[in-house]
Structure formats: structure tokens, C-alpha cells
Design a protein around this ligand. Structure first.
Ligand code: AP5
Ligand code: MG
Length: 219
């Protein structure tokens, strides 16, 4: 099964993607995580991407598209994948579709996680992430047991540069202008399913797996 997780910054794509990846045993592919790993190791791609990420705008399509095209051709994607944060505009969606077609594959569902703006800002501004294992926390909703340390691997947790208040606004604007139109695009193809992104992580996951099970019955 090939899934896309759509949703604004902070909607819970990463949280749900990780969870669904364990349930369906297919990899979660987060373009944001791949880009951040490149920024950390100061690769050529990372140095270029950082300029855009720090401003909260999209990294140029050619960079991201090549990254994803390479990734979905890897062996662990034979049974499917979960795309988190890609596609993010119509061009990326079209390139994805034609690439998959050449591979004899297709997208099965595009799941939209729906969260209101006020809550998105609350989630993003309080998010903390583990430097080592990537586990995600929230200073109020999901704090680690020991302040500043990851519960899972004891490493330091930090605030993403683009989670500072001044960048959050730019990211939400980019989402509205460039990514939001994908809802119409995937609705037109009969692939879009929307879930309410407010509530417990488990409840939202159940809404997603239910929508997939229901959609699979109909096909
Ligand atoms: P990316 O890393 O994809 O960031 P994003 O889309 O802004 O989304 P986030 O990762 O911030 O949020 P999320 O939906 O994953 O939420 P999460 O689960 O963490 O992209 C970063 C940058 O990279 C972009 O700005 C761009 O520059 C570049 N980029 C990436 N992809 C690109 C592409 N395709 N093209 C071009 N450029 C690209 O949850 C958020 C917080 O809420 C956490 O603290 C979590 O614990 C909490 N939370 C989650 N679920 C719940 C819940 N149910 N209740 C309460 N709290 C919750
Ligand atoms: Mg994420």
C-alpha cells in the first residue's frame, strides 16, 4: 500500500506516520527528516536546503523530487511506503504520479489530517525532538520524564530551528498557498480521505486505519 499523509505543519504527519509504519510494516518517508539529516551532516544538499528551511519555505522541487524518486526505488519500499511531507505542491504530485506509473505502481490513499490553526501553532511552538532517535515531545502535551532528555534513548532533546515563532507563520502560509490545493487534486482522483486530527494519537490513528480499511473494501 502506498500512502500519502497530507496536513499542515504540526498536524501530526510524523507522529502518525511512525505509528502507521509499524502497523503496516512499510517505511515512513519524511522529506523533512531526510533534509534535516542532510543539514546535520552538512552535505551539499543540506547546505542548500537549509537556506530555505530556516525561512519556512519549500526547498526547490528538483532537490526534493530526486530525493524521493531515489528513496521509493529502494528495496524496503517493495510492499509500499508512507510519504510524510511529500508531495507539497502540484508539480511534486504530478512528478510522483508519473514516476510511480513508470514503476507500475500508484498511490492508494492520500490521508488529510485536519487540525485548526490555533492548535497547530500550539503544537509547533511546544514541540521538542530528540537529536539522536528523532522521538517527538511536547513541553505541555507530551513532556519527557526528565526535562531536556529523551525517554527512549537518553539523548538531548531540542527545538527545531523552524519551530521558532517567527518561522511558524511563514510555514503555515506556504501550506495554505502551495500544499492545500492538493486536497482538491487527490479528491478529484478519488483518493482523498480526511480525518479529524484533534484528540488522542491512538484515536486519530484508528480513524486513519478505518478510512483505509473502508476505502480498500470499496475498491
Ligand atoms: P517537515 O519536516 O515536513 O515539517 P512540516 O510539514 O512543517 O510538518 P511538521 O514536521 O512540523 O509537523 P507534523 O505534521 O509532522 O507533526 P508532528 O507529528 O511532528 O518540513 C520542514 C521543512 O522542510 C519545510 O518547511 C520545507 O522547507 C522542507 N521540506 C520538507 N518537505 C518538503 C517538500 N516535499 N518540498 C519542499 N520542501 C520540503 O506533531 C507536531 C507536534 O504536535 C509534536 O510536538 C507532537 O508531539 C504533537 N502532537 C502530534 N499529534 C498530537 C495529538 N493528537 N495531540 C496533541 N499533540 C500532538
Ligand atoms: Mg514532521
Amino acid at each position: 500500500m502506498n500512502l500519502i499523509l497530507l496536513g499542515a505543519p504540526g498536524a501530526g504527519k510524523g507522529t502518525q506516520g511512525k505509528n502507521l509504519s509499524e502497523t503496516y510494516r512499510i517505511p515512513q518517508i519524511s522529506t523533512g527528516d531526510i533534509l534535516r539529516a542532510n543539514v546535520r551532516s552538512k552535505t551539499q544538499l543540506g547546505v542548500k536546503a537549509r537556506e530555505y528551511m530556516d525561512k519556512g519555505v519549500l526547498v526547490p522541487d528538483d532537490v526534493v523530487v530526486n530525493m524521493v524518486v531515489d528513496r521509493i526505488q529502494q528495496e524496503d519500499c517493495v510492499n509500499g511506503f508512507i510519504l510524510d511531507g511529500f508531495p507539497r505542491n502540484l508539480n511534486q504530485a504530478e512528478v510522483l504520479e508519473s514516476t510511480l506509473k513508470k514503476m507500475g505502481k500508484k498511490i492508494d490513499f492520500a490521508i488529510g489530517i485536519d487540525v485548526e490553526r490555533k492548535e497547530l501553532v500550539r503544537r509547533l511552538s511546544g514541540r521538542r525532538v530528540c537529536r539522536k532517535c528523532g522521538a517527538s515531545y511536547h513541553v505541555i502535551f507530551n513532556p519527557p520524564v526528565n526535562i531536556g532528555m529523551c525517554d527512549k534513548c537518553d539523548s538531548e532533546i531540542y527545538q527545531r530551528d523552524d519551530d521558532k515563532e517567527e518561522t511558524i507563520g511563514a510555514r503555515l502560509k506556504v501550506y495554505e498557498e502551495e500544499t492545500f490545493p492538493l486536497i482538491e487534486y487527490y479528491t478529484g482522483k478519488g483518493l482523498y480521505r480526511s480525518v479529524d486530527g484533534i484528540g488522542s494519537v491512538d484515536r486519530i490513528k484508528k480513524s486513519i486505519t478505518d478510512a483505509i480499511a473502508k476505502g480498500s473494501d470499496n475498491s
